[in-house]
Design a protein around this ligand. Sequence first.
Ligand code: ATP
Length: 330
Amino acid sequence: MRVAVIPGDGIGKEVMDSAIAVLEELDLNLKFEFYEAGDETLAKYGKALPDETLEACKKSDATLFGAVGETAADVIIRLRQELDAFANVRPARAISGVKCLYPGLDIVVVRENTECLYKGWEFEIQDSAFAIRIITEKGSERIARFAFEFAKKEGRRKVTALHKANVMKKTCGIFRDVCRRVAKEYDDIKFNEYYIDAACMFLVMDPFRFDVIVTTNMFGDIVSDLTAGLVGGLGIAPSANIGEKNGIFEPVHGAAFDIAGKGIANPTAMILTAAMMLRSLGFMREAKKIEMAIEKTISEGKKTPDLGGNLKTLDFTREVIKNLQKLEEV
Ligand code: ATP
């Protein structure tokens, strides 16, 4: 199987090195092919997402993506749309050994990935700017169904829809109505809904009331950074963009230029993202092993600075690989 690898900009490159080192430790029939995209690519070739990179992502079995900076709209958002990777799955699971607001928390944000304000339909007329928010019945239906099917497959009990249908009556109205309709087909899974603003308060004060969250594109982007914060931050938050065909796997975090080049980025999010990719390619056991190696390393107190430790990216990666090797021997 072929994996298109896009390290990107900033810490994207640093954490990708770690993820590839971990993946190469496993004896998998995967071919990693590296491609360029992002701010540096734009400066070099005048194009943030070269055609060659886009074609490679379309033809590969999966894309493993690091992070890009200012060119995110032209690169990752475009990739999601071009590959019709309509569901962005962002788990927020507390890892033992990571000090966080809510130990034991385990929720998943399922974010619609192709519509909403992130479609990028923005215009300027004289001194005003306009953005078009598009929410379709078809798009809402497939993300709602995805969320319920995901909940069923993962043995989860509740799906919560987040919207703001009291203000955005038409766009959020469609999303809300479709979620309500789809929910009726799933007797075993509870369904409820909140307005997005109230949901943010409940997420901070009582996040255990949530299990699977389904929401539109921009709300999902914002709320998934919030849920990452509940369990220890962006350094440990993985994500998968799933479509009918090949997925794109990327950590929730961006290029984080403030820490780029210092060798202190936490590669956990990227490594857990690689595990999500393995799972989607059918390598269940290997994905589990990676997750166990990460948990073991962190619970031994070996951590990067964002989690209160003093290990550099490469040292932490080495420790994860050591633990992975021990698991391989079992
Ligand atoms: P974007 O808007 O594309 O999400 P950004 O550069 O604005 O990206 P992020 O990269 O998402 O912001 O990260 C916000 C902050 O969180 C960073 O500035 C950094 O301090 C911290 N951070 C993010 N990822 C990591 C990581 N892997 N390890 C350590 N700290 C991180």
